[in-house]
Design a protein around this ligand. Sequence first.
Ligand SMILES: Nc1ccc(Br)nc1
Length: 455
Amino acid sequence: SNENVRFGRTGSISIPPPSTVDVVKKIDVNPPKGTRDFPPDEMRLRNWLFHNFRQVSQMFAFEEVDFPVLESEALFIRKAGEEIRDQLYCFEDRGNRRVALRPELTPSLARLVIQKGKSVSLPLKWFAVGQCWRYERMTRGRRREHYQWNMDIIGVPDVTAEAELISSIVTFFKRIGITASDVGFKISSRKVLQEVLQCYSIPDNLFGKVCIIIDKMEKIPIDEIKKELRSVELSDEAIEELLQVLSIKSLTKLEEKLGAAGEAVADLKRLFSLAEKFGYSEWIQFDASVVRGLAYYTGTVFEGFDREGKLRAICGGGRYDRLLSTFGGDDIPACGFGFGDAVIIELLKEKGLIPEMGEQVENIVCHLDPDLQDAAAAVATILRGKGQSVDLVLENKPLKWGNQECNPRHATTRNGGYNSVSHFKKGKWLKDFATRVRTMVEDEMEKIAGDKVKD
Ligand SMILES: Nc1ccc(Br)nc1
């Protein structure tokens, strides 16, 4: 057949008789649909991004936590019609347990808080950076995994917690060169929705469903939105009133509409006042249409957006005061956000802010003669012992000399800046140098290992 038949090994080999050759059909070398590999250059960028996530989290005195990627499916089964539920990457394991690849980190965090119970003192400030999954039908060609940075404050009932969380994201943006003219935060509260629905005696159990429908406002036609709202028993009058309130983009108008007595207006005014003190007022705006797509939010909700409107939400979060109690835990207030690793990279590319990052090696040690390989290894060891990073050239192929390209690999892929490049080549000078090196090595190793090195 014209298949791309490859022998089991490459290079000069004696080919055994056909009967014993493993005919290996070339595997698909791409990762599964919707997933990514991270080759070195991509991994350096990812490490840079995660390093900034962690630096900011630690600057705000948050402690890092992590959880299994695989969780009980029950953690994510909510009946509010969320997209995250429809796309759950779930299956039955060999023990007939219903499990799922986590689509988000918050339920795992809530589970751990409940598990820890009284052994941890509140408030908790925890952060995590973890891979999250969704089973997206590939017709839309979207990713099925991404890494999310989460910060959560557990046990603080008032909006000082949200103010602190937004401040941490602003700090992160500033660190990587993003300004308030690039990105903003739309902020609202689900209590706005709640206060409107209460006027129409909509039962609480429909609140989550209404929020999920409203969250689709900019994704599906308004008539579809109205149809779905009618399906959860909202009257046409209630729907018109709701849509009118959701179009409000100023706190003053919201107060005129809802009055000053309600929690929604009080919370939001307090949050915007705190933003003044934190110095990030220019980053935020009130927008009643923001509800976010997770059913468990109960209060403030916010999302980071690119002001050019080219990208999907950069990050999002809010208050989820009931989540722990729905898992059987105590009634503990909580809020947090999720920040994906993909949209931010698209934004940085748009803004020309992707950092230049070559491989950072301080020394290259290479031998130009096979019988000096041991000297090269000794030198590399000494340098490493001093805490220096060393790329010890292992390959034996002839190396260039004179134009400082000790190895085409290094000359092209390392962007200069090494502390030393040690070449070993036959010749009197080199012999003396190698002797000096060997003496230096032995003196050094004698200090470390004592006389027995001499032997
Ligand atoms: N929740 C979630 C998981 C994975 C991706 Br990609 N997007 C959203």
